[in-house]
Design a protein around this ligand. Structure first.
Ligand SMILES: Cc1cc2nc3c(=O)[nH]c(=O)nc-3n(C[C@H](O)[C@H](O)[C@H](O)COP(=O)(O)O)c2cc1C
Length: 360
């Protein structure tokens, strides 16, 4: 059982990822956008960066190879050599429902990332067990992270025959894909899962709506061993993102009014087949407004494909291109190097915790 491996979850994380500074900040594996530059920048700043799922199989191998090169020429190389295992100090994320387990295993075996993040199985925990078993055979020291969005999924994961080393609890605020209908905000979801899984000793990471030190301090108070940030990292200089998309992240405010969970943008982009329990959160644009007004899918698709040709101008409230982002997008105000984001968020969180403690 994972409990025997863990002891104190925070101390255990610090041992397994010795370069990571407290509070533990994770760069979430955002599909395509979390590339090697972003992942290595986050880890180099004392966080843990994940490479996201890639469009094509060969991109996964080239991303991992690029990350290896970046790590060798970065300050983190000397820190990680001190650890007992020669794992890459970055993780890699896979979407299970359309992922290729064979390819994933060969990439993990070849490059040995320190963590693999699994998300969105079509067939629940059984499928996660298959992936976990395969990955641990391919690279026994690699840690398995599983992202869940409900209490039921969390309990099933920790009680399974192959429990994860780390559980990521995704609140309904999160950008990108999350629970379509049974999601719950982080502040309600997280502590209940913490209570239900405490005995397992598995560290819990909070994801969803965390953009700055205030979010980190709140998550720590809820019992999180660390936080994962996606939307904030969309506005990092190292992120693999179009300028038009990134400008929208800075422009958008009031996530309650400006974001929606819908499969529409996936379908317009030609992505079908997501399991029905998931749906992505993104910014409302002209495609969504027209859809609400009854415009046919074919017409929306025509406009969407025209917008693709217009490049950066295709994003925006009058634009048509998908801008996946979280409900706290209104807290993102500037594009900064990922290292600056990680360090400033960490410092802000520490200062908040210290000032709260001294005020008591
Ligand atoms: C643009 C975007 C793409 C994402 N892609 C993935 C993904 O491929 N796999 C995954 O496990 N999570 C993905 N996520 C979700 C993140 O793992 C995380 O749960 C989320 O970003 C946390 O909420 P936040 O966006 O409010 O920080 C994505 C999030 C965003 C914003």
């Amino acid at each position: 059982m994972a409990a025997l491996r863990h002891g104190d979850p925070r101390r255990w994380l610090a041992q397994v990822y010795p370069w990571v500074k407290a509070p533990f900040i994770v760069g979430a594996p955002m599909r395509v956008m979390s590339g090697p530059q972003l992942a290595v920048a986050v880890s180099s700043a004392g966080g843990l960066g994940f490479i996201g799922p890639t469009l094509k199989v060969e991109d996964l191998f080239s991303d991992l190879q690029k990350a290896e090169g970046l790590i060798q020429s970065s300050s983190i190389a000397s820190l990680t050599q001190r650890s007992t295992t020669a794992l890459l100090p970055i993780g890699v994320g896979f979407q299970i429902w359309n992922g290729d387990l064979k390819v994933a295993l060969s990439a993990v075996q070849e490059h040995r990332p320190c963590a693999v993040w699994l998300f969105a199985p079509r067939h629940g925990q059984n499928e996660l067990n298959d992936w976990t078993t395969g990955i641990l055979e391919a690279s026994p020291e690699t840690q398995i992270w599983i992202q869940v969005g409900t209490l039921g999924e969390a309990v099933e994961a920790v009680r399974s025959s192959t429990p994860p080393h780390v559980l990521v609890i995704q609140g309904a605020e999160a950008g990108g894909h999350g629970r379509a209908k049974d999601g719950m905000g982080t502040i309600a979801l997280f502590p209940e899962i913490a209570d239900a899984t405490r005995e397992s000793g598995i560290p819990l990471i909070a994801a969803g709506g965390i953009m700055d030190g205030r979010g980190v301090a709140a998550a720590l108070s809820l019992g999180a061993a660390g936080v994962a940030m996606g939307t904030r990292m969309l506005a990092a200089t190292e992120t693999r993102i179009s300028k038009g998309y990134q400008n929208e992240i800075l422009r958008a405010t009031d996530g309650a009014a400006s974001t929606v969970r819908t499969q529409l943008y996936n379908h317009l982009r030609g992505t079908f087949g997501w399991p029905e329990q998931y749906s992505p959160r993104g910014l409302i644009n002209k495609s969504w407004v027209d859809h609400q007004n009854g415009v046919s899918f074919d017409e929306l698709k025509h406009h969407h494909d025209e917008a693709v040709k217009s490049g950066d101008a295709g994003w925006g409230p009058e634009g048509r291109l998908a801008t996946y982002a979280g409900g706290a997008v209104g807290l993102v105000h500037s594009v900064d190097p990922a290292g600056v984001i990680v360090e400033s968020v960490r410092e802000e969180a520490k200062n908040i915790v210290l000032s709260l403690a001294s005020a008591l």
